[in-house]
Ligand binder design. Sequence first.
Ligand code: 4AD
Ligand code: MG
Length: 449
Amino acid sequence: MPKHVYIEDLKNHVGEEVMLCGWCYNKRSSKKLHFIIVRDGSGLCQSVGFIPSLSEEVAKSCEAVEQETAIKVTGKVKKDDRQVGGYELEMTSLEIVAESKDYPISPKEHGVAFLMENRHLWLRSKKQHAIIRVRHNIVKAIREFFDNHGFINVDAPILTGNAAEGTTTLFETDYFDQKAYLSQSGQLYMEAAAMAHGRVYCLGPTFRAEKSKTRRHLTEFWMVEPEVAYMELAEDMDLAEEFLEYVVQTVLARCENELTVLERDLDKLRKIKRPFPRISYDEAVEFLTQKKAEFAASDDEELRKLSEDMLKNGPGDDLGAADETAIGITYDKPVLIHRYPAKIKAFYMKEDPENPGKALCVDVIAPEGYGEIIGGSEREASIEVLEAKVKEHGLSMDAFKWYLDLRRYGSVPHAGFGLGIERTVAWLCGLHHVRETIPFPRMMDKIWP
Ligand code: 4AD
Ligand code: MG
């Protein structure tokens, strides 16, 4: 029996007889030939069966193969640049492992709603396959960056007793007659871990009961959260910048094939090199006011529409999706916006002593309209100030006792940020909606499959 090899390794087996184990991706036949494209997860390879030279049994099996029939194909590996993947298999035999009758996703066009319902099968399609591989490489590059910069990976709990990012988006659950919540962020736990290890990060799922149905929001998403003791906002921004450049350039170098399948404009990603623009919230508002007028007078209908939604939240309020889009399409690099009004940001953020009312925080807006990908800040280190904030935000002093302890015993300046994996995948892959960036998306109207 010839050796089982993966399609991505065919380059090492030219001229040898091997076995591919996979599924039929596509098939066409003529009187004399069967062309069966095999998919094995690592790639695609056409196998060609010359019917007069096949045994009767193998010829019959070839006849019976349909889209997604599970098959084992043996044959001789030939280099052929014209074929998908650059290699071809001269078939000697084919065995059907399992049939696949009337596979619902045919090569014809399908609507997204239908494909989403069949997400468990849609994952096999070429573009979806490429996206999940890019996602894998993004996560790998993220871990590499922190592991190579002295960070320790510390896991945060998923079931928690307190809110981290405000109480409006909490998923509540019953925990043996106590109330518990699904974690919105591992940050508070990372602050504890940073006081033990100096530089730490967590990478895990987080949950937000987002009632908004936007192309940037999921109810379950993955986030990487570094946290560093003795770090202030300026260094936090440096870290975010170096980190982003590393992730983008590493993924670009490793995933050129996948990004090409996705028809991503690689030049746009090549430009993601430091330094990135840094503007304050006040400067951003000024810039947006100008742009709003400029877009309103534009010939481009899309820009005119965007202009209507810009600065909708009013002065001193958070920037909205349209504002992030407007910033993101103006710059060809990520933009760091720092020092938002403290009252619209989380309770744990330190206020800027030099800009009363402003928080020492930073949001990073991705280029090309992909929105906010990073949110971070320096944390309040004073016990008195933090206690007042907990009260002000209507949070329970009891629930945050452990967190306040971090300010009682050797409190030091510290900072960190969170990067959303799905929005990063959407940006690097050039996807309009985050629902395709995660294998099984969870949204307000989607818990299945
Ligand atoms: O800005 P956020 O809410 O920040 C935090 O959670 C901090 N505790 C992070 C920290 O400082 N350690 O979220 C961070 C990022 C956002 O910039 C965005 O990329 C992503 O998480 N994100 C979402 N992604 C998908 N769906 C949602 N509903 C998201 N909410 C936030
Ligand atoms: Mg944010």
